[in-house]
Write a protein that binds this ligand. Structure first.
Ligand code: FAD
Ligand code: DHB
Length: 389
């Protein structure tokens, strides 16, 4: 098979890129290792910046997002029992939208057939060939039968564990990494949220986040040691912990209910430079990871593919190489600022095992400063809603 752009990975970055390219009449195929059900079972991001919702609007895949997404005009930081509201709309004129990654992915998948976006699921042994030359290709196996797609370009949208990043020779790359000494234990349940806005809470028992997917579905996270496993966290233990954190500071207190999903995710900051090798371009989690504290991962994936789609469209429209040559620098400028914000908010809001009473006082002093300073609140708000493309 032959196409113009072979896209590896049907997560948010691969699907968004596929739709953006199809809209420009560019041929592409998405190659995904998992089944559609598996992709949709991964519960991850919940907060979308306007950069991401604008892309969905431009694609005309925004009806359900607008109907069901929750507009959030503020969020809260808590230090112990003190709640500090960041009024993002008053400070920036913008808002964020609570709409699950699962739903966004579902919408992009559902719109694929009518827009001629082909997605190959359950592709095993995906391998990349010839990106240093003029005729790269991707091979994969379905039911033991090998297939090959020849393309002009390959987009590596295959997340942190995919093959694309590994296809770039080590001498050509630099990696920047910070692994945090804790993870997030998350729970999703069909219970009303404890508060009408998100609360990021720092307290003596560690970090906790109260989030939601709708007015009837809650998403909570707490900081846990990296050694913790799910069997150490029966649902009741987690609900007890969440009640301790959020009952004193939220409007309604924590409502308990059966878990639809529970998982533990490690926290990491990671940037891979370079994002281009010959005819291979990386986008999204394949090139960078942020700790989830700033809600930036999916939104960065969206800005990467917006830049990449523009660059590829320029190439096919008038043969211009300028966009492709400038992709990495353009993407990295936004990535590093989101890395900084996610790292900052992670450091501000978590209990680090190595920290003592001095560091805790520093955190409290900083949160107190945020509470008293509109300038600080504005800095946080403009980063949280997302820096311009
Ligand atoms: P992925 O979603 O990882 O998609 C990559 C795809 O490639 C997958 O479908 C995978 O199956 C496929 N793949 C992998 N290997 C292969 C292979 N060998 N062959 C073919 N296909 C392959 N971000 C936010 O913006 N806001 C939030 O609120 C937020 N909260 C988060 C909360 C948690 C607990 C976690 C874990 C993450 C959160 N994120 C958040 C981050 C966000 O989920 C990711 O940044 C986002 O999924 C990145 O999209 P992607 O398409 O680049 O990668
Ligand atoms: C959610 C996840 C985040 O990482 C975040 O910062 C806010 C919300 C969520 O899953 O709802």
């Amino acid at each position: 098979m032959k196409t113009q752009v072979a896209i590896i990975g049907a997560g948010p970055s691969g699907l968004l890129l596929g739709h953006l390219l199809r809209r420009q009449g560019i041929g592409c195929v998405v190659i995904e290792r998992q089944s559609p059900d598996y992709v949709l079972s991964r519960i991850r991001a919940g907060v979308l910046e306007t950069v991401t919702t604008d892309l969905m609007e431009q694609l005309g895949i925004d009806a359900r997002m607008h109907a069901e997404g929750l507009i959030e005009e503020g969020f809260n930081l808590a230090d112990g029992d003190r709640l500090i509201r960041i009024d993002i709309t008053a400070l920036t004129g913008k808002h964020v939208t609570v709409y699950g990654q699962t739903e966004l992915t579902r919408d992009l998948m559902a719109a694929a057939p009518e827009r001629g976006l082909e997605i190959v699921y359950e592709a095993k042994d995906v391998a990349i060939h010839g990106v240093e030359g003029d005729s790269p290709s991707v091979t994969y196996a379905i039911d033991g039968v090998e297939h090959r797609i020849e393309a002009d370009f390959i987009a590596g949208c295959d997340g942190f564990h995919g093959p694309s990043r590994k296809a770039i020779p080590a001498p050509l790359v630099r990696e920047f990494e910070r692994v945090y000494p804790f993870g997030w234990l998350g729970i999703l349940a069909d219970v009303p949220p404890c508060h009408h806005e998100l609360i990021y809470a720092n307290g003596p028992r560690g970090f906790a986040l109260a989030s939601m997917r709708s007015n009837t579905r809650s998403r909570y996270y707490i900081q846990v040691p990296l050694t913790d496993t799910l069997d150490q966290w029966p649902e009741e233990r987690l609900w007890d912990e969440l009640a301790l954190r959020f009952d004193p500071i939220s409007e309604k207190g924590v409502t308990r209910g059966p878990a639809l999903e529970m998982s533990i995710a490690p926290l990491r900051s990671f940037v891979f430079e370079t994002m281009r090798h010959g005819r291979l371009f990386l986008a999204g989690d394949s090139a960078h990871i942020v700790p989830p504290t700033g809600a930036k991962g999916l939104n960065l994936a969206a800005s990467d593919v917006a830049y990449l789609a523009e660059a590829l469209a320029g190439h096919y429209r008038d043969g211009s190489e300028a966009g492709l040559a400038g992709y990495e620098a353009r993407a990295l400028a936004r990535i590093w600022k989101a890395e900084r914000f996610s790292w900052y908010l992670t450091k501000l809001m978590h209990r680090f095992p190595e920290d003592g009473s001095f560091e805790h006082r520093m955190q409290s002093a900083e949160i107190d400063y945020v509470a008293s300073s509109t300038a600080m609140q504005k800095v946080i708000a403009e980063n949280y809603v997302g820096l311009p493309l």
